[in-house]
Write a protein that binds this ligand. Structure first.
Ligand code: 13P
Length: 251
């Protein structure tokens, strides 16, 4: 059966000492509590090694927020999947709408990144989601399924089984406007059906599909209660241990 996962995405927030302090607080909370989901924090590249060394990564997984589309070489400023793995991190967030929108990441680039992440033993948390105009036109299911068909549905069964999907409607990210529990469930069900069609019912049933977009302690329970919502990818509310733990304990 699929896992429930709550993953934080710190984005470009927290200097090194503040980041380590938050990671240590979460680590202490998780050591003391029996939680019913896997917990991951997505930290800036420059914090990965320090954070991974400070926490029990079997209880608090550490994720990068991106990786290079090439394995190694003359790519000034880039960070490879192999480097990420070597820090002790186990995950990488790929395809976030902010990377697609501000850094021009398209399906071709994302396919290379997903392949390198998998080759290096990282678990991709693969994001998809529609902009407001698409939601308003009523074509959101088809749009998001096409994002997956162009990318992760090209993976072998064996590789697809290793990824986590995160559905993040762009209109709900950082806006305080959450998808309703019904909207989230409807999309997640459609994605699971598309996975069943692309692979098999068994693989669909075992794929964790997270919801992201203004998820908070006050709405997490209602979102996670849906049969096809297996957790969350959390931005703003992952920046304090009280809020993040409030979401983790919604399971
Ligand atoms: P918010 O939770 O701040 O809306 O961000 C969601 C997100 O983009 C997580 O990747």
């Amino acid at each position: 059966m699929r896992k429930n996962v709550v993953a934080g995405n710190w984005k470009m927030n927290k200097n090194l000492s503040d980041g380590i302090a938050l990671a240590k607080e979460l680590d202490a909370e998780l050591a003391a509590k029996d939680v019913k989901c896997d917990v991951v924090i997505g930290v800036p590249f420059i914090h990965l090694a320090s954070v991974a060394a400070e926490v029990d990564t079997t209880k608090l997984g550490v994720s990068a927020q991106n990786c290079a589309a090439e394995a190694s070489g003359a790519y000034t400023g880039e960070v490879s999947a192999e480097m990420i793995k070597s820090t002790g991190a186990g995950y990488v967030i790929l395809g976030h709408s902010e990377r697609r929108e501000y850094y021009g990441e398209n399906s071709e680039i994302l396919n290379k990144k997903v392949a390198l992440a998998l080759e290096n033993g990282l678990t991709p948390i693969y994001c998809c989601g529609e902009a407001l105009e698409i939601r308003e036109s009523g074509t959101q299911n088809e749009y998001v399924i096409n994002q997956l068909k162009d990318t992760v549905f090209k993976l072998s069964e064996e590789d697809f089984k290793k990824i986590i999907i995160a559905y993040e409607p762009i209109w709900a990210i950082g806006t305080g406007k959450t998808a309703t529990a019904e909207q989230a469930q409807e999309m997640h069900k459609a994605l699971r059906e598309a996975i069943a069609e692309a692979y098999s019912a068994e693989i669909a049933d075992n794929t964790s599909i997270l919801y992201g977009g203004s998820c908070k302690p006050s709405n997490a329970k209602e979102l996670f209660a849906n049969p096809d919502v297996d957790g969350g990818l959390i931005g703003g509310a992952s920046l304090t241990s009280a809020d993040f733990m409030g979401i983790v304990t919604a399971f």
